[in-house]
Design a protein around this ligand. Sequence first.
Ligand code: ZN
Length: 334
Amino acid sequence: MNARPPTGLHHVTAIAGDPVENLRFYQGVMGLRLVKKSVNQDDPATYHLFYADGEGHPGTDLTFFPWAHAKPGTPGVGVVQETYLTVPPGTLEAWEARLLAAGARVDPIVQRFGERALPFADPHGLRLALVEGPDPFAFTPWHDGPVPAAEQVRGLHGARAPLREIAPSERFLTEVMGFERVGEEHGWVRFVLPGAPAGGAGRILDVREDPDGRRGAWGVGSVHHLAWTVADGGHQVTLRDAVARAGRRPSEVIDRFWFRSVYFMEPGGVLFELATEGPGFAVDEDPAALGERLILPPWLEPYRPRIEAVLPDLSGALPPAAAPTAAADAAVAR
Ligand code: ZN
């Protein structure tokens, strides 16, 4: 019997350059809320920054490892080429003006699979597209942000990746992960997770076969992994078992504190994660003050002074109204 499919994207994690520039763009231009300021659990001298809607709902979350001195990523097969974010219908022109005013590289508005999309790049070369859509997101506006609530990013819509060969990924996506193949346009084949309940987030993965394509490489401006939402630990274990039976060698369940994670590569080389819906970002912070202080997992807490001493200062990234972080950080450091 097949395992129940994930309900949609949980988060997308990418590699950024300078963290101050990253914060300025995602909070100051895109109007996403910094809901968690933590460290890379495998490299605690660098940040892990989480941006989302006003409450940090799963499915609205774009996260970054800012590695200011890393090399730029190399586009290619097995690496996500573009991440889609949903915005409300009729808002792309306003977004185009906002992004151009911020100096972003913006492509013309296009029609893809019947949806209007605005492709653009962030300051570190990460390719994104805003897509107008009515996805039924669990979404809370962020009222302290620079973007009016009626235009705010609703959440993750999907992603696209070129693959050397579609067939093995198609078998895995449809037979193990529960995606459905729904169409093809300009060489891109669209896979969609089946009708998630209301509140489910981005369910789209587009892939294109590029048999002679070079393998891409991670670096600044590339997506590191796509995390798909599983309801709870039981759902996660069932899907993990199915992934293992398909020969994909999933990791053990790793406790990320705000959710639990399993990692594996789908057959085309794209790194996937299965992330549990809970416990969520409010487990260790007041929901009103999400992202204001540096949060460390308990096992890194003893090293806080050393970690804080090496992390770059983010307090100058935003005007005071949007940057309540300095005082909170100072309070914690004492
Ligand atoms: Zn992740």
